[in-house]
Design a protein around this ligand. Structure first.
Ligand code: FES
Length: 146
């Protein structure tokens, strides 16, 4: 194979692999649940992360008292991150795609820790303290108006 053909073939293969990865990540269905608020905490049963072939890496949690949903990311059995799905640019609701949170308004993107990965937003997402009990994940809402 000539050098030019080799580079062309490798380039197309890389492009294909990248596209498939992005496509597969965006095809993973997002699980949405409604959770109860008890006191100042949103309480999510750990069982909501279970699925047939393992567990969800994140779920989107709603409650009618919250203006925006909360994305709850699971990093291990006892490590979770709760992020408010309100864009820090102009306040639109974010959508979750795999480990990415995307704003449809102007294209800002955030990672699963709430850090900006693509502007125009410049500030990280609001996150909430998380407490783990035997059966549930408790997200403290003390700093949210609800
Ligand atoms: S409101 Fe989200 S990018 Fe502008």
């Amino acid at each position: 194979m000539r050098r030019k053909e080799f580079i062309k073939t490798c380039g197309l293969a890389c492009l294909g692999a990248t596209s498939i990865g992005v496509f597969l990540q965006s095809c993973v269905p997002t699980k949405n649940i409604t959770a109860n608020i008890k006191g100042d905490e949103l309480v999510i049963p750990k069982s909501d992360f279970a699925k047939k072939d393992g567990h969800y890496n994140y779920i989107v949690v709603n409650n009618s008292k919250l203006q925006f949903p909360i994305a709850l990311f699971r990093f291990s059995l006892d490590e979770f991150n709760a992020l408010y799905l309100q864009c820090t640019h102009q306040g639109n609701e974010l959508n979750a795609y795999g480990d990415k949170l995307v704003c449809a308004a102007h294209g800002s993107e955030f990672d699963n820790k709430g850090n900006v990965t693509n502007g125009p937003a410049t500030d990280a997402l609001r996150s909430f303290p998380v407490r783990i009990s035997q059966d549930s994940i408790h997200v403290s809402l003390k700093s949210v108006e609800h």
